[in-house]
Design a protein around this ligand. Sequence first.
Ligand SMILES: Nc1ncnc2c1ncn2[C@@H]1O[C@H](COP(=O)(O)OP(=O)(O)O)[C@@H](O)[C@H]1O
Ligand SMILES: [Mg+2]
Length: 360
Amino acid sequence: MKEIPLPASPSPCHAHLQYLQQLPMGSLVLDENHRLRLWNRALQLLTGMNESQVLGLPLCALASPWTELFDDFINKNAPHRHKQRLILAGKTHWLNLHKAGLGEQGLLVLVEDISETWLLEKHLMHSERLASIGRLAAGVAHEIGNPITAIACLAQNLREERENDAEIAQICQQIIEQSKRVSRIVRSLLGFAHAGVRELAREPVNLAQLAAEAIALLSLDQQSTPVVFHNLCAPEHVASGDAPRLLQVLLNLLANARDASPPGAAIRIRSTIHEDSVELLVEDQGSGIPKDLKNRLFEPFFTTKEPGQGTGLGLALAYAIVEEHHGQITLDSPSASEPLGSCFRVRLPSYTAEPSSAGA
Ligand SMILES: Nc1ncnc2c1ncn2[C@@H]1O[C@H](COP(=O)(O)OP(=O)(O)O)[C@@H](O)[C@H]1O
Ligand SMILES: [Mg+2]
């Protein structure tokens, strides 16, 4: 078959460089002398260096950390490198690097920024772990719940039958009290494993009212460290969510803040508003959280408290509830000026009155 002549076009090499320019993935081409021939748009966005600043330069003339990164990658045999960690402007990025020889044309390097995918993966792994522990806890709680109720009932009957025997009555009382304690633990485990218990409500939750309620509840506890709660939430900040569950989140954060605080310390609850979300901040002046523990805080059963004092479920539960709301719970890094204390942030969707569905 006779070949149809193509219309005049730029040289193939030039055309390829044009394609690479548009690629939504960082791309650079080095010529045989290791000088930059292409530095595409995606790479400009990632590195903050313009094409005009770098074209024609040798790799070693790039700003740090790029020279080190590319040099090392190009000089190793492996054509791919996965999950390379890089700190850019104080933010951690995760990159995949790929390279391919272009024969006489030099070498092509592709830089894929997978930071968001990686975060999502980490997030999913955490959720998966929470879910499996939740299911396990629900099973255990259920198995323990029934026999404990039976034990409490039997002790109650025995106490009534032997009401004249002071010693038996006292032992029965102890059995009842201890079984109540077990029931409380079982209930909190079931609360943690709340899966499928009840649909999440999506109602307006006024943050100032939520904070007032949490403070009122915690103030009933006379045995814990006396602290001063400050409700600084703006009355017009309203989240969309499930009030009882969000109350649980705030109670857990405030109880932790109080446990970490010296007597008389202040604990502040503030709120801020963003485009389509509201944020609740819980700040304390307590012991703070060592950096190496930060990654473990939200793990179920992670606690630094004495046995019997902490279950390690408070933050894991808060995390699960906030996640259900499609929100985010994070711990701020301590600022250099105020190294003491902690600040937890809970971001939630803000409530916007939906147009009336009447007639829909
Ligand atoms: N505001 C805080 N200040 C200092 N440490 C905290 C704070 N909040 C949480 N923590 C740490 O996180 C751990 C886990 O908290 P949590 O999940 O609520 O479990 P628990 O309170 O039962 O220990 C605590 O044991 C504590 O070490
Ligand atoms: Mg706690």
